[in-house]
Write a protein that binds this ligand. Structure first.
Ligand code: 5AD
Ligand code: SF4
Length: 481
């Protein structure tokens, strides 16, 4: 790392002394737990809601807990610690968390030494932390996204004090390098390259709860990627709210396209994915890099949100549909088999039916293999939450169903058009409904099912596509590796 870069990064990187202090707390908690539970390993149930970034944070929470001497279980029953790593992106995500926390009241009564903790995007919002303080007195520990690396200290305080611990700090966010990670899979790994978001799309809570964009040092990212490959990981997903902004806050001149190229150069048999790309920042250079890097999957998740320029402007997206389509055309010219997926919001405040129809038109023109579709959900503190929103929920629901029907036909037709193609699939497991069959994902992250024996799990296989249903391709094994 050169000095200039160190200067720039020093404001956001958690200093080593602070990380060492947390290691001390880890030791303290380990001793304490050992005394409290001398006969059996105390178990933790950690559940992450929402996006990949949150799942990745959850893996760090579990890494820290493992260091402190916790084992893990798959349900709240039997746990000594329950930690919900929450999501705030839509109201239904928050409702689900409150519902699940409500259900823990009984468990806490039966088992007073149970610790209940809440963290993540939801609890980074002061009004949510206050609500938990008042209405959920059996929740012992609450902390926001910026305090993730302080879990050992906060847990120590919870275990030793007679009071509840609330830690929600207002911050632009930090980067804590070198935290222990307990990954959910031995095959597919999340690799955050940057944190936070500066875009402030008017509907979105993310910039309010995850702070400003901050890129990890490329050397740290590369070292972690090399380590993952050495450990046999076959798929690495580079994560960021807006990966195309990678490097803008660094002075070493590496942008996201450059980072992709460097990870692609790591020897080994693995594939690279990334999410999410903002259409405004998705450059031609990035598309060229995807085209040229053989390990980078030819799949671009490029959330368009709306096909109406007025709505896009009200969303503060900084592009028009014409530019978006040009980008798609450029990518299709450079990468003929590229698969596009997208996110759509239906019923943004003030959206009219004719404007929604423009979104349908765009979807029909682009032809995505899959869409993640959402009905607009107002989020406290965002600009859109104070905009006029006259369309009733039932009407938005009808638009939403119309969108799903259109997309289902497009997706299925595109899936059928793959019949006869032989595609490389990372085999993940046995089909739940039919154990004689295997499931995996192709380069577009589409589920593929085919007959085969369990010895293929964990490796790549070439599969010839023979059929499709909504959301799934069927095939036959052509070649194993
Ligand atoms: N309401 C509905 N959908 C939202 N998203 C983000 N914020 C909201 C909201 N307030 C969707 C966007 C984004 C995806 C991750 O979630 O489509 O791309
Ligand atoms: Fe939210 Fe927009 Fe940032 Fe994505 S780019 S996290 S939608 S503000």
């Amino acid at each position: 790392m050169n000095t200039q870069q160190m200067d720039i990064k020093s404001g956001v990187t958690v200093p080593d002394e602070e990380l060492d202090r947390q290691k001390e707390y880890e030791r303290e908690v380990r001793e304490l737990l050992h005394k409290r539970y001398p006969d059996a390993l105390p178990l933790a149930f950690v559940h992450s809601y929402g996006c990949q970034q949150n799942v990745s944070d959850g893996e760090k929470l579990k890494g820290q807990l493992a260091q402190m001497g916790y084992g893990f279980c798959d349900s709240p029953e039997g746990a000594k610690l329950i930690l919900y790593n929450t999501c705030a992106v839509r109201e239904n995500a928050e409702d689900r968390v409150f519902g699940n926390v409500g259900a823990l009241k009984k468990l806490k009564k039966q088992q007073p030494d149970l610790l209940i903790g809440l963290c993540g995007c939801m609890t980074q919002q002061q009004q949510v932390a206050d609500k938990i303080k008042q209405s959920y007195p059996y929740v012992d520990l609450v902390f926001g996204t910026h305090a993730l690396h302080r879990l050992p200290e906060l847990l120590y305080q919870t275990l030793t004090g007679n009071r509840r611990v609330f830690q929600v700090e207002n911050s632009d966010g930090v980067i804590a390098e070198g935290l222990p990670v307990r990954r959910d899979s031995a095959l597919k790994a999340n690799l955050p390259v940057m944190y936070g978001c500066n875009n402030f799309c008017t509907y979105c809570i993310v910039p309010h709860v995850r702070g400003r964009e901050r890129s990890r040092d490329p050397e740290a990212v590369l070292a972690e990627a090399r380590q993952l490959v050495e450990h046999g990981y076959k798929e690495i997903t580079l994560l960021g709210q807006n990966v195309n902004s990678y490097g803008k806050d660094l002075s070493c001149g590496v942008d996201f396209a450059g980072l992709l190229r460097r990870i692609n150069d790591i020897p080994g048999e693995f594939v690279i994915r990334f999410m999410t790309s903002h259409p405004r920042d998705c450059t031609r250079e990035l598309i060229d890099a995807i085209a040229q890097c053989e390990k980078v999957c030819n799949h671009i998740h490029l959330p368009v949100q709306s096909g109406c320029n007025r709505v896009l402007q009200a969303m503060n997206r900084h592009y028009v549909k014409e530019d978006y389509k040009k980008l798609i055309d450029y990518a299709r010219a450079k990468i003929p088999d590229v698969i596009f997926t997208s996110d759509i919001i239906v019923g943004f405040p003030g959206e009219r039916y004719e404007e929604f129809l423009e979104t349908l038109e765009l979807i029909k023109a682009v032809r995505y293999h899959a869409l993640f579709t959402f009905i607009y959900s107002p989020r406290v503190g965002t600009k859109a939450a104070s905009m006029d929103d006259p369309v009733p929920a039932e009407e938005k629901g009808a638009w939403f169903r119309e969108l799903l029907a259109v997309q289902q036909d497009i997706g299925l037709a595109l899936f059928h058009s793959m019949e006869g193609q032989t595609q490389r699939v990372l085999v993940e497991g046995e089909s739940r409904s039919d154990p004689g069959r295997l499931t995996g994902r192709n380069y577009g992250n589409i589920l593929v099912e085919f007959p085969g024996d369990a010895s293929l799990i964990g490796s790549f296989a070439d599969v010839t596509i023979t059929g499709a249903k909504p959301g799934i391709l069927f095939g036959e094994l052509k070649k194993r590796f």
